[in-house]
Design a protein around this ligand. Structure first.
Ligand code: NAD
Length: 470
């Protein structure tokens, strides 16, 4: 019998006010009907989270970590099933889905050891000033469709560990894995501590203006992030925004072209390029430009573009029709401005498939270079001068991450120091680690996640400043 997906409200798995179809992007077939929440169900979930807050926040960090540890074990026990569902709803190849599940469980476990300690700011025998950190109350998480499980865990872990309760809303096109995490959590967490609601894009504005929600943790596009920030302003909600990026990879002239092409290709094409920190434009020295383009074109040509559930598929479909059409538009536009060296033709089949596509000879102001493509299409740009390429990499409203590739580590690191983004990786990519803070600069975000710094964002500083009564 087909799995029946449910919302999680106040410790109960419940149906929605209505329902909507979830599509497999590889086949365009309906894989399930997902329950859809309305405003009344949102209010029920928020009220339940508010009721659960006093008892949950009164528990010690160790007690809450115990619950989350059991949750990590239970998610791990169902991770094969979750990985298959992730491939079905998101499209990514099954090995990448298994990796996301492993990373989600590992991330949740890595949070468990984190603690927020009281800080004695002054204790001079008379005046004692202590900064405590108290939880905020009911928090809300809003997540996108590219990594539905790990991005949920990045919020759920620290929010609950710090003593908050949570109402979570996945993206409309990838809600099912979040429903299953809710189903698992129902048997582990006290009622109301974690709630799951699904929608077709209607609930976000209701959550960001809800008077009882203290904080919004949002991951998604910069355009929606700006709306979240504007509507959260009304009630001065705490807001964490993890937004878009247009990450540059700078290849230095001491790297063999073939090696550089392999590294850049992997960083651009994982998850069909639908990663906030994917390499979205590559800058390559003119001395090796032709060779680099030839090598990366070979890698693109060797990709196995297929349904992610088929073993051997290396690039799955785009996650949804809107993104599929947006990326096609960027490709068609780039064909009129530069030279196509790989891919570029949409296969005549069902599903939102775009083969890995590489362009060269584009100007930096071409939309494919200047905008976030969020798909398996990479512009390779030529440069001659290091100062100039650094300026070109920084010439963006975004500042999420970036990479520098060089055999001389000191020289590569010196270049990395000049890149204006929240993270710069040198000779590696996607080295996201739950113990290392992650945050975008400029229009890529506000505040951030991961590390103890991320945990602190789910707390309010509370100063107690005392002197003896004289
Ligand atoms: P999106 O902004 O369209 O949607 C994200 C979420 O916001 C969805 O759950 C959606 O239902 C919800 N939403 C829609 N309208 C809303 C509103 N008015 N108020 C509140 N919420 C609303 O993003 P997407 O297309 O799902 O995701 C892709 C984007 O996410 C890319 O730009 C990518 O770079 C970014 N992203 C960033 C990070 C990061 O850590 N910085 C990670 C992953 C993805």
């Amino acid at each position: 019998m087909a799995h029946e997906y449910k919302l999680l409200i106040d410790g109960e798995l419940v149906g929605g006010a209505t329902s909507f179809a979830v599509i497999n992007p590889a086949t365009e077939e309906v894989i399930a009907n997902c329950p859809k929440a309305d405003e009344a169900l949102l209010n029920k979930a928020v009220d339940a989270a508010e009721r659960a807050f006093p008892e949950w926040s009164a528990k010690s960090y160790d007690e809450r970590a115990g619950y989350l540890s059991r949750l990590a074990d239970a998610i791990e026990a169902r991770s094969d099933e979750l990985a298959r569902l992730l491939t079905a709803e998101q499209g990514k190849p099954i090995d990448q889905a298994q990796f996301e599940m492993m990373a989600a469980v590992g991330t949740l476990r890595a949070f468990l050891g984190m603690r927020v300690e009281d800080e004695v700011i002054r204790d001079d025998g008379g005046n004692r000033v202590v900064e405590h950190r108290t939880p905020l109350g009911v928090c809300a998480s809003i997540t996108p469709w590219n990594f539905p499980v790990i991005l949920l865990i990045n919020k759920l872990g620290p929010a609950l560990l710090a003593g908050n309760t949570l109402v979570s809303k996945p993206a409309p096109t990838t809600p099912l894995t979040t429903c299953v995490v809710g189903e698992i959590a129902r048997d582990i967490l006290p009622a109301g501590v974690f709630n799951v609601l699904c929608d077709e894009n209607e609930l976000g504005p209701l959550m960001t203006t809800h008077p009882k929600i203290a904080k919004i943790s949002f991951t998604g596009s910069t355009a929606t992030g700006a709306k979240v920030l504007a509507s959260a302003a009304e009630s001065i909600k705490r807001v964490t925004l993890e937004l878009g990026g247009n990450d540059a990879a700078i290849v230095l002239d001491d790297v063999p072209a073939k090696l550089a092409a392999e590294k850049v290709y992997a960083g651009a094409m994982a998850n069909a390029g639908q990663i906030c920190v994917a390499i979205k434009r590559a800058y390559v020295p003119s001395s090796m430009y032709d060779e680099f383009c030839e090598e990366i074109a070979k890698l693109a040509g060797a990709a196995v573009v297929d349904d992610g559930s088929k073993q051997g598929s290396t690039v799955g479909p785009l996650q949804n029709r809107m993104q599929f059409e947006k990326v096609q538009g960027l490709i068609e536009d780039a064909k009129t401005r530069g030279t196509l060296v790989a891919g570029g033709e949409i296969p005549d089949r069902k599903g939102y498939f775009i083969p890995p596509t590489i362009f060269r000879d584009l100007d930096d102001d071409a939309p494919l270079v200047a905008e976030e493509q969020f798909g398996p299409v990479l512009p390779v740009q030529k440069y001659d001068d290091i100062a100039d390429v650094i300026a070109r990499a920084n010439n963006s409203d975004y500042g999420l991450a970036g990479t520098v590739w060089g055999m001389d580590l000191d020289r590569a690191t010196a270049v990395a120091m000049q890149i204006d983004s929240g993270t710069v990786w040198v000779n590696q990519h996607l080295a996201i680690d739950p113990t290392i803070p992650f945050r975008g600069s400029k229009m890529s975000g506000m505040g951030g996640e991961l590390g103890v710094a991320g945990l602190l964002e789910y707390t309010q500083p509370h100063i107690v400043n005392s002197v003896p009564l004289a």
